[in-house]
Design a protein around this ligand. Structure first.
Ligand code: WTA
Length: 669
């Protein structure tokens, strides 16, 4: 993305962020502050200590884990391109599954680790204790070893939101295999790309998933993926019987999960891992090329996921924590599995969707399980807000203590609805800003310490040094708007792009040398609060999911009737951003509704439903510079229905193409 972000963001976001006054302060409620582990002066003191002496601070925090060998080296970091390294706790040894399971057995063996709530509310929920979870993880870990999976091997997990998803992740961690979870909404092509990139030996899937009453053919998708080139590394597919739906089993490759796992011993010697050994790979979209495999390692990640989880939610022993994300995203990794379980907490896993059977479902689940800490995405809040207060108000929700949001900027209107209606003006909201790359929260309120402002992620977490830079990389002081960078490392930072160290450095450390570039635009107000304005690169954030414009474009041009395509984000009331595609057809083809549908279906098939264009406009030509570069700034303005803001078009090779695009643009009703 060139040397500088455009700061274009989108009108919806930056508009809302700048409209919201810095004055609207929601102080920490007195009762919350009184019961909180970290209060305002604690935050200020600890933050100052954490940046003054990060070694001492993070050495202390690391004591929260059980180490086989306690680290003596804490922080070994240089963002200098000549001497680049990011290593935390580098001589420490530990096992993540032991930290999430074994060490709780003595004191919390009978405590519920996971509550499982099915898609269908008529299905009985399940409560899995730490003891039972430990046994299930050990059985699968033994089974994986018996199938030849060894430390360092990659295992792909393509499962619905069922307990086995957490079991599978922890079983990999137990034997030192690197898991890579692929979201159940991704297509066979996307699964195949990810398998090919990391060379998985084994895939764990289920017969089918169910969401909102609809079946998802997971096993069939894996079958289709494994027919695609580059997937021959896969030797075994384990299939969880979930719905009981019919699937093709191809022997000897495919094995029923229960047949392989049930007879295994329920203890398993954990692999002793170095803190810097990989824990997992998670693919995420960037501005160019195919999704990249974000690699997280064991020690630093687990310290950071568990500590942020405890602090941001002011976790207490009896809390019931519900994060509505899917385990296919980083939020599910850090705040359904690793953070909560390392903390010995009770976490809820929900198979379904917010509006099934009706839009009261989230709150019914809250009441049913007496959820105290609730964590969701702005897109869900906006979708539910549309249904009015009724579905919320008919539920009790008095168990709720703290509300959280993540994934995209939250517009102040949705924030206030969440606060007033869902939380009955009682529960602090933590608007947590972070990324797949960061492993855990970097900018977030701590509920007992930091007063909130609707739409602001507020202040940095311990040890995190954010800064705002202008297009030339100059660090701006005080009130400022620009691109968000982080000046120093934190333990949960990604270590590399799997198999491509150079891409890691090029993507995150070249734009502004010596700093980690987040890809986000940001404003800092007079109180030092941070307001994320959205992506400044070619990544679109659709309902909190990252989609690279390049990925959608390459899916479109892989259709034989498409000559060229350009994709941008546009403001969308519920999704935050929608996908707007401009398509130039090959000569002789006619753009009509049937072809439009065909192309949308094609993208769904190539990537998955989350990448479906919301609007597709025929473009006889695309605005290009004389050197052939597509001017996305212009396409974004047309998609935003703001043709009066096109700016200078005189440098275009053929300025007249713009008029045609403006005339045929989508005008929202
Ligand atoms: C956006 C999800 C504003 C941001 C954890 C970031 C947010 C991208 C927030 C990462 C927030 C996430 N406020 N924007 N509270 N949280 N984002 O990797 O643009 O799926 O760069 O990680 O989501 O998305 P990712």
């Amino acid at each position: 993305m060139g040397g500088c972000g455009t700061l274009a963001g989108n009108a919806f976001r930056s508009g809302n962020a700048s409209m919201s006054s810095s004055q609207a302060l929601y102080p920490v409620p007195e009762d919350v502050a009184a019961g909180a582990a970290i209060r305002k002066d604690d935050y200020e003191r600890m933050y100052a200590e954490s940046v003054a002496d990060p070694d001492a601070f993070w050495a202390g925090v690391a004591d929260r884990l059980q180490w086989d060998r306690k680290p003596t080296s804490i922080r070994d970091v240089s963002f200098d391109l000549e001497d680049f390294r990011i290593r935390w706790y580098a001589d420490g040894e530990l096992n993540a599954s032991v930290n999430c399971l074994d060490r709780h057995l003595e004191t919390r063996g009978d405590k519920t680790a996971l509550v499982w709530e099915a898609d269908d509310p008529a299905t009985d929920p399940r409560h899995v204790s730490y003891r039972e979870l430990h046994a299930r993880v050990c059985r699968l870990a033994n089974a994986l070893r018996s199938l030849g999976v060894r430390k360092g091997d990659r295992v792909t997990i393509y499962l619905p939101m069922i307990v086995e998803a957490a079991v599978a992740m922890l079983a990999c961690a137990r034997i030192g295999a690197i898991h890579t979870v692929v979201f159940g909404g991704f297509s066979p092509n996307s699964i195949a790309d990810r398998i090919a990139d990391c060379g998985s030996r084994l895939v764990i899937t289920a017969d089918e998933g169910v969401r909102g009453g609809k079946k998802v053919p997971l096993k069939a998708n894996v079958d289709a993926a494994l027919k695609l080139p580059g997937t021959t590394s896969v030797e075994t597919v384990l299939v969880v019987r979930h719905t009981g739906g019919a699937v093709d089993m191809q022997m000897p490759r495919d094995r029923w999960y229960d047949a392989v796992v049930d007879d295994q011993p329920d203890t398993c010697v954990p692999e002793r891992m170095n803190a810097e050994d990989p824990l997992f790979i998670l693919y995420t979209s960037g501005s160019t090329g195919k999704p990249k495999g974000v690699l997280h390692t064991t020690g630093g990640y687990l310290v950071f996921a568990s500590y942020t989880h405890e602090c941001a939610f002011d976790l207490k022993e009896d809390d019931v924590f519900w994060c509505t994300a899917d385990v296919g995203w980083v939020t599910g990794h850090s705040y359904i599995v690793y953070g909560p379980l390392a903390n010995g907490a009770t976490a809820l896993m929900f198979e379904g969707v917010p509006n099934y059977p009706d839009s009261s479902r989230f709150w019914q689940v809250v009441d049913r399980h007496k959820v105290t800490l609730f964590y969701t995405a702005p897109t869900a809040i906006r979708a539910l807000m549309r249904e009015g207060d009724g579905p919320v108000k008919k539920t009790d929700r008095s168990s709720l203590r703290i509300l959280g949001t993540v994934g995209e900027p939250i517009n102040p209107e949705a924030w206030r609805w969440y606060f007033d209606v869902v939380g009955d003006s009682r529960c602090p909201i933590v608007d947590t800003w972070w990324q797949t790359e960061t492993g855990g929260h970097l900018i977030t309120p701590l509920p007992g310490a930091i007063a909130a402002k609707p739409g602001s992620a507020t202040l940095p977490f311990f040890g995190v040094r954010p800064a705002i830079v202008d297009a030339n990389g100059k660090v701006l002081e005080g009130e400022a708007e620009g691109n968000l960078v982080i000046l120093d490392s934190w333990p949960g930072q990604m270590r590399t792009v799997y198999g491509d160290d150079q891409r890691f450095i090029d993507t995150y450390f070249k734009t502004y040398p010596g700093m980690y570039f987040t890809g986000d635009g940001c404003r800092r107000d007079a109180d030092g609060y941070y307001w994320i304005t959205g992506r400044v690169d070619d990544v679109i954030n659709v309902s909190g999911h990252r989609i690279g414009t390049a990925e959608v474009e390459s899916a479109l041009v892989s259709h034989p009737k498409v000559a060229e395509a350009a994709v941008v984000g546009f403001p969308h009331d519920v999704k935050g951003q929608g996908i707007y595609a401009y398509v130039t057809l090959v000569a002789g083809e006619q753009g009509d509704d049937a072809l439009r549908k065909e192309l949308v279906t094609h993208v769904r098939k190539e990537i998955g439903p989350i990448a479906s264009p919301d609007h597709l406009q025929w473009a006889p030509g695309l605005p290009k510079t004389r050197s052939g570069k597509i001017m996305r700034r212009i396409l974004r303005k047309i998609a935003e229905n703001a043709p009066e803001q096109l700016g200078d078009t005189s440098t275009l090779a053929d300025p007249s193409v713009v008029d045609a695009l403006v005339q045929n643009r989508r005008v929202p009703d």
